[in-house]
Design a protein around this ligand. Structure first.
Ligand code: NAD
Length: 247
């Protein structure tokens, strides 16, 4: 399948987890991918696994670094799709959250997405349009213990997505978000123990987690010509988790 042949896709936080699955899925469909991550060692390993991937060791919270990376990738042939995926998780009751951890979460989760979008917009506009994809979460749909800051960031991504969809529509740029259900990734593995995973799995109507690949399928759809009329939405891919809620 090469339905994304000739298209160019940039994914942040793509050394592992969902970002890696999204980048690999686009590459398998023929796209050229740029992958950015702060974890240079893992990024190099991932770049070696994804044919033709261009790797950028960059901190999404560093606006200049994001512009350098996105500009460099776009100048090599253009940019069609920007995926603002990077995240930093820290779960604790709000009263116990250190200021430095809150700042880091906001800098990566919110401002990182702002910088990614700022950097990508002129390049995607120069192609006559494309997609900016933000990462929301099912965590927006119900309260999750110890996740006040994380869920606030993801709620902000929904609002940001709608706002940008209106702002960028005249340039042909669609802006959407994905809201994954719980996916086993390096980030979430650090948050849940075995009992926690079993409990989470039992909550799922499908009795299993959704996979990173299933999230990536949503990214492929939203970037496809079949989604040309879709902008400003948050697409849930959660195996029905938000219909039943945590039990
Ligand atoms: N895994 C889930 O269950 C789940 C559920 C809902 C939403 N999401 C969202 O999906 C996205 C990916 O989540 P994940 O579980 O794959 O995360 P993860 O922690 O497994 O991977 C995140 C990647 O981002 C990179 N990263 C962290 N800080 C960075 C920075 N400053 N600059 C560049 N890269 C940085 C990490 O090195 C890592 O490779 C996030 O936006 C997350 O909120 C995940």
């Amino acid at each position: 399948m090469d339905d994304f042949k000739g298209r160019r896709v940039f994914v942040t936080g793509a050394a592992g987890g969902i970002g890696k699955e999204i980048a690999a899925s686009f590459a398998e469909r023929g796209a050229a991918v740029g992958i950015a991550d702060i974890n240079g060692g893992l990024l190099a390993e991932t770049a070696a696994e994804i044919p033709g991937a261009t790797a950028y060791e960059a901190d999404v919270a560093d606006r200049s670094a994001m512009f350098r990376a996105v500009d460099n990738f776009a100048e090599a042939g253009g940019l069609d799709v920007m995926v603002n995926n990077a995240v930093y998780f820290y779960y604790a009751p709000l009263v116990d959250m250190p200021e430095a951890e809150v700042d880091k979460m906001l800098d990566i989760g919110i401002k990182g997405s702002f910088w990614g979008s700022q950097a990508a917009t002129p390049h995607i506009a120069a192609r006559g349009g494309g997609l900016i994809l933000n990462m929301s979460s099912v965590a927006v749909s119900f309260a999750i213990k110890n996740a006040a800051v994380y869920t606030s960031i993801k709620g902000a991504m929904d609002a940001f997505t709608r706002q940008q969809a209106i702002e960028l529509a005249p340039q042909g740029i669609r802006v959407n978000a994905l809201a994954p259900g719980t996916v086993v990734t390096p980030g979430t593995q650090a948050l849940l123990d075995d009992a926690g995973w079993q409990a989470r799995s039992a909550m799922m109507p499908m009795q299993r987690m959704v996979t990173g690949r299933e999230i990536a399928e949503g990214a492929l759809y939203l970037a496809s010509d079949g989604a040309k009329g879709v902008t400003g939405i948050t697409l849930k891919i959660d195996g029905g988790f938000t219909i039943v809620g945590p039990r």
